[in-house]
Design a protein around this ligand. Structure first.
Ligand code: ZN
Length: 476
């Protein structure tokens, strides 16, 4: 029987995974990791003899074309990952008795992040700090997408059985690399007093906090120039809309629908300036999404309420990102599922560029309580503008640094990850001015840009075909 062909005309190969372990939790986890492989490569997962390629994990009785070493070890939820062993320059957490790495076990360790769940250390914002992630604890380079590297190793093994498969993961967008540009709107006010206060606060952060007199002076100068020209000193949405229109780029803008904490923006959806701004963004063809407020995961039902508020205001959203990237893992996705959201883009760090979960691709996070993939697409946030200031590069190198990190998967990925530039980076009255030019240089570097909703839709289809959402025929 001919294999189905996807919308881009690619032939859809099929694969089957047979596991030697009888343990149901290990089975669920390793199948999830195999779904990540299949989804990245646009392969359909089946559970019968019709498969183009059959892969065994461990020793099984069936005749198979590919055998993977089995070394995955379950550990208690409270136990962090032990230090990795280096094999072929790769950090390994799950070695088979033969000394070879268990590729599926390694992929699970990165994507599902049981290590983060075992972390009890939170920062003063209530987040798991970067030093307690898998990469942070074990000193692993976040600019290397380790999960992509493991999946590439698995793909090389599968290609020995099916040499006709493309060497690189085919993009669902037909472009070689596709990314998401996103903007969290943390200030939306036309009131001079509010904005003036914010400008002074930014000067204080630069001068007293970072001892950066030059940026402090530049912020005051930029604010003065914007005021003379009657333009908002802190809100850069109009600047973004103009630059993105000129490039034909559609982006994702996130909105705090309700402020309930002093660390929230404080703007209201019924404010005229806010409503006009959101209408301008939507009219220009961009996506509006939810920026989950500071306490949105603490107050029962709050995140769902914020989705409803934005929809009631005429801007229904299919996903979002948490303000301050504030979350501890599972509770975020449980709330998103209740809200009916389809995607999230919170996984990342505010002051560090790179791959928190080793994944330079969008994925379905794993529910460690229910032992299954969650039905919400995570779009890893790889570069937040402010992190470039501490990434060790000169302003002139910021754009190259950002593009290099985004493209770090090389031939082992097609993209599907996000950058975050706050609109307030554009008037020059909040962050170093070079960050605005850096954004335009990143957009002009030759990659393809789509909205988060578009990445989520393509990713969900692939993971569904990879058997992650509905389970496989014959599975209990
Ligand atoms: Zn925010």
């Amino acid at each position: 029987m001919a294999n189905p062909v996807d919308t881009l005309g690619h032939c859809r190969p099929t694969a089957r995974l047979i596991l030697s372990t009888p343990d149901p939790r290990s089975v669920a986890r390793l199948r999830y990791a195999f779904s990540a492989y299949a989804a990245l490569h646009g392969i359909r997962v089946v559970d019968d003899d019709s498969a183009d390629v059959t892969v065994a994990h461990g020793d099984v009785d069936t005749a198979v074309q590919v055998r993977l070493p089995a070394g995955y070890r379950l550990r208690p939820d409270t136990e962090p990952a032990p230090p990795p062993v280096q094999v072929d320059g790769m950090p390994c957490f799950h070695l088979a008795p033969s000394g070879e790495p268990d590729v599926l076990g390694e992929v699970f360790e990165w994507l599902a992040a049981p290590h983060e769940r075992a972390s009890t250390e939170l920062d003063d914002i209530g987040r798991i700090p970067p030093e307690h992630t898998l990469a942070g604890t074990h000193g692993l380079d976040r600019r290397v997408p380790w999960a992509n590297r493991w999946l590439a190793r698995l793909h090389r093994a599968v290609r020995t059985a099916l040499p006709g498969l493309p060497g690189s993961p085919p993009s669902p967008f037909g472009a070689s690399r596709t990314f998401v540009a996103s903007h969290d709107m943390d200030h939306l006010s036309s009131r001079r007093l509010v904005n003036g206060h914010r400008v002074l606060k930014n000067v204080g952060v630069a001068v007293a906090g970072r001892r950066d007199l030059r940026t402090g002076a530049a912020i005051l100068g930029a604010a003065a120039r914007r005021t003379v020209h009657g333009r908002p000193t802190i809100v850069g949405v109009a600047d973004l809309l103009a630059g993105e229109a000129a490039r034909g780029v559609r982006a994702t803008y996130t909105v705090v629908a309700e402020s309930t904490h002093r660390r929230d923006p404080g703007y209201r959806l019924d404010d005229d300036f806010v409503r006009h701004t959101l209408a301008d963004i939507a009219e220009a063809g961009h996506e509006l999404a939810v920026h989950g407020s500071y306490r949105s995961l603490e107050v029962p039902g709050q995140l769902e309420h914020e989705y409803a508020l934005l929809a009631d205001a005429g801007f229904p959203a299919t996903g979002g990102r948490q303000h301050w990237l504030r979350h501890r893992g599972g509770e975020l996705f449980a709330a998103l599922e209740r809200a009916g959201a389809e995607w999230d883009s919170t996984y990342g760090h505010p002051d560090l560029v790179g791959y928190r979960h080793g994944a330079a691709f969008p994925f379905l996070p794993y529910d460690l309580d229910r032992e299954r993939a969650r039905p919400v697409v995570e779009i890893p946030m790889v570069v937040m503008e402010r992190a470039l200031c501490t990434a060790g590069s000169r302003p002139a190198d910021w754009a190259a640094t950002a593009t290099e990190v985004l493209r770090a998967a090389g031939d082992d990925g097609w993209g599907g990850t996000a950058v975050l530039w706050h609109d307030y980076a554009f008037p020059g009255a909040a962050l170093p001015a070079g960050l605005a030019e850096t954004y335009w240089a990143v957009l002009d570097a030759g990659d393809h840009w789509v909205t988060a909703a578009e990445v989520a839709a393509a990713t969900r289809t692939r993971w569904a075909d990879a058997g992650a959402l509905t389970g496989l025929p014959g599975r209990t």
